[in-house]
Design a protein around this ligand. Structure first.
Ligand SMILES: [Fe+2]
Length: 286
């Protein structure tokens, strides 16, 4: 079966059809998938069941996978698999149950932020035949392209600070539940990093806005208030409807996103007793 790439919106997202991840994919087919990924920033592969081994084999063709350092939420002895789930066993969550409460990309508080991530849906909560727990993805590349020339000039050369700690402390202060994976990471990892506000994508040269509601705390060399205003303006711009793809999950979906050219946010519209189980792999580099 030939690989077919079906764009989901003008700016972001494509479904890749004609691919069964449980089978070996030829180099030629993989090259088509790889090109679709760097062109559309988010790809969806669906309709065929596959397992963790297939998931790891496929995603590692894009590059070296991150191996988790902390103990919680690792999939059955595979340090490449991170579990996202609201399922409890012995009164303890088996995965990160509240990941993605705010718009973000993964790991900007690290000196080397996460590369692309691939999420495999094993169990999806449903209501009246409709899937719950959609994930929204926004294109930071399309958002950059749409800026005015004067704004592009203003952003040129600016550096921004991204902090995990601030997010964690804010969640605790607000009385909300801090993201459980965040708490793990806060205890074991670097928590703050500085990156250019505009990142140049290493694979396609596109410029991407690298500023998020979740993690960006300030822009260097700018008064705090002005810095906050600019962060708010840019983060609101990135999530405009024309830059967003909303993924409605089905079991056996694999959704892979680029953490340089996109941001994502989860939807919590399902009840605690409705099971949601997903496995994620993450690449070390963009
Ligand atoms: Fe995330």
């Amino acid at each position: 079966m030939a690989v077919e790439v079906v764009p989901q919106t003008q700016a972001i997202g494509a479904e890749v059809r004609g691919v069964d991840l449980s089978k070996e994919i030829s180099q030629e087919e993989f090259e088509q998938i790889r090109q679709a990924f760097y062109r559309h920033s988010v790809i969806v592969v669906r309709d065929h069941a596959f397992d963790d081994e297939d998931h790891i084999r496929f995603s590692s063709r894009f590059g070296e996978l991150k191996r988790l350092k902390f103990n919680d939420f690792i999939g059955k002895g595979r340090p490449e698999i991170f579990i996202v789930s609201n399922v409890k066993e012995n009164d303890k969550y088996i995965g990160s149950h509240d990941a993605g409460m705010f718009w973000h990309s993964d790991g900007p508080f690290l000196k080397h932020p996460h590369g692309p991530a691939a999420l495999h849906a094993l169990e999806v909560p449903m209501h009246d035949g409709r899937a719950l727990g959609d994930t929204r993805f926004a294109s930071t590349a399309a958002a950059y392209d749409a800026l005015s020339d004067s704004m592009k000039q203003q952003l040129d050369g600016l550096l921004a600070v991204h902090s995990l700690k601030q997010r964690y402390e804010k969640a605790v202060k607000e009385g909300g539940v801090a993201d459980s994976s965040t708490m793990n990471q806060a205890a074991t990892q670097e928590t703050e990093a500085v990156h250019p506000l505009v990142r140049v994508h290493p694979h396609n040269g596109r410029k991407c806005l690298y500023v998020s509601e979740g993690y960006t705390t300030r822009i260097l060399g700018m008064p705090l208030e002005q810095s906050r205003e600019l962060i708010d303006e840019l983060t609101a711009h990135i999530i405009k409807p024309q830059f967003v793809y909303t993924h409605s999950w089905r079991a056996h979906d694999l959704v892979m996103w680029d953490n340089c050219s996109t941001q994502h946010k989860a939807t919590f519209d399902y009840e605690p007793q409705q099971r949601r189980l997903m496995h994620r792999t993450t690449l070390l580099n963009s």
